[in-house]
Design a protein around this ligand. Structure first.
Ligand code: GUN
Ligand code: ZN
Length: 436
């Protein structure tokens, strides 16, 4: 067994439902076979387990591993393409790069950069938009397994509007998806997600085949985009004349349920929020992407009031990087800019959105999302270099909530000194994993 020692912050009780930040200045977490089996004050735990190895993480903060509920693996090399709204950005920035993943050697390089980037950012669990090419999705799953991340992903499918080389057919989408799910779903920490790109690029027969695949792979997930951009929404409304709203283009094919995660939802109708709540589906809020593409300000208050699950996504490459601390800060900014329509978020809300809410959205809240007894030890150690603004503000913080706010405002992957999944340091993090 291993006894981890540090200042531990987590959100086992939902702050949106009145829960408080759990903060322990000198906590001990006893980990056996990757699971937290005891938790308490370090001195007391140490006295009872004098023979166990101690990993000393004092200084800085120990947080639950971050959960990214929407991120595109093929887009890591095109982060930072500013100046365009969604559909132009897809055409000029994202899709030309996605086409390059047809070449498996290229996909391998990108997968290593992507998975390494998540690990450096302290992300331990992710719902990943895969590639349009099965071999590239194989490469992603293999790399995630090698490094140790918990990844849910799948083949991205489309059969119209996008450039030719990214298109498929309903039958091929089903067959290739099923073959991938057989290779990867439930293997190690990997799970399969049925992934039509968005209704704008998917004919009805393709969405129907996605519904069949979801039904035929028990425990598989569904993810796509919805209500991101007003031009996109108007185009989908024209294409699907018989649907009352955008969400229905998925719902009518059986794609919306507890294992569904829809990215963005910046412009939902009340009816759509009701369907999402009724189905117990989740929304991935992607705040830097929404700002970068000018998509809009996310109506978090309406989601919370409707009882819709919300978690955070980086939406790389439209999003501004793989760091969920940055997404938390931008989520805060967006609510501030909404004025009276916004929710005032505390740092506890931000940690919840980046950890326990993400775990719940992905159905993993029995295993990860906080650092309580019974959970897996998926964690990161945020330890800034001495003298940096994060270091000096953490030292001068007025309490744990304030320290956590400093972490969201000033923290970056450079401050993530170590990351564990199931009690093991992630492999493949440049610079080693034993801290500095
Ligand atoms: N809608 C369809 N594809 C994409 C994508 O790659 N990024 C974003 N932000 N929205 C999308
Ligand atoms: Zn996206």
């Amino acid at each position: 067994m291993t006894l981890f020692r540090g200042t531990v912050l987590d959100t086992p009780d939902d702050p949106f439902a009145g829960g408080l930040l759990r903060a322990e200045a000198d906590a001990g977490l006893l980990v056996r076979d990757g699971q937290i089996v005891e938790r308490g004050g370090f001195p007391e735990l140490r006295a009872r387990h004098a023979g166990e190895d101690v990993v000393d993480l004092t200084g800085g903060l120990v947080l639950p591993g971050l959960v990214d509920t929407h991120v595109h693996f093929p887009q890591v090399r095109v982060i930072g393409g500013l100046g365009m709204p969604l559909l132009d950005w897809l055409q000029h920035c994202a899709l030309p790069e996605e086409a390059r993943l047809r070449e498996v050697a290229y996909a391998r390089e990108v997968a290593a950069e992507f998975v390494g980037g998540l690990a450096q950012a302290g992300t331990t669990t992710a719902l990943v938009f895969g590639a349009h090419f099965p071999a590239a999705v194989d490469v992603l799953f293999a790399e995630a397994a090698r490094v140790g991340l918990r990844v849910t992903s799948g083949l991205v499918v489309s059969d119209r509007v996008l450039r030719e080389e990214l298109l498929t057919t309903p039958q091929r989408a089903y067959d290739e998806g099923l073959a991938l799910a057989r290779r990867w779903h439930g293997v190690g920490r990997n799970r399969y997600a049925v992934t039509p790109r968005f209704s704008l690029s998917c004919d009805e027969a393709l969405l129907d085949s996605c519904g069949s695949l979801l039904a035929d792979v028990p425990g598989s997930w569904f993810t796509s985009h919805v209500n991101e951009n007003t031009v996109e929404i108007a185009t989908v409304a024209e294409m699907f004349g018989g649907c009352p709203h955008y969400l229905d283009t998925y719902d009518r094919y059986g794609l919306i349920g507890r294992r569904s995660v829809l990215a963005h939802n910046v412009h939902p109708t009340d009816d759509e929020l009701k369907v999402l709540a009724d189905r117990d589906a989740s929304v991935a809020h992607c705040p830097t992407s929404n700002a970068a593409l000018g998509s809009g300000l996310f109506p978090l208050r309406r989601h919370v009031a409707s009882g819709v699950r919300v978690a955070l996504g980086s939406d790389v490459g439209a999003g501004a990087g793989l760091c969920l601390l940055k997404e938390g800060l931008q989520a805060y900014f967006a609510q501030q800019l909404l004025g009276g329509d916004g929710l005032h978020l505390t740092s506890s809300h931000l940690l919840h959105l980046a950890t326990s809410a993400g775990a719940a959205a992905l159905g993993l809240d029995g295993e990860v999302g906080d650092l309580g007894v019974g959970k897996r030890f998926d964690a990161l150690w945020l330890r800034p270099r001495p003298g940096t603004p994060l270091d000096v503000t953490l030292r001068n913080a007025t309490g744990p909530e304030d320290a956590l706010a400093k972490a969201f405002v000033l923290g970056s992957p450079a401050d993530v000194a170590a990351v564990w999944v199931d009690g093991e340091p992630l492999r493949g993090r440049p610079g080693g994993d034993e801290g500095r």
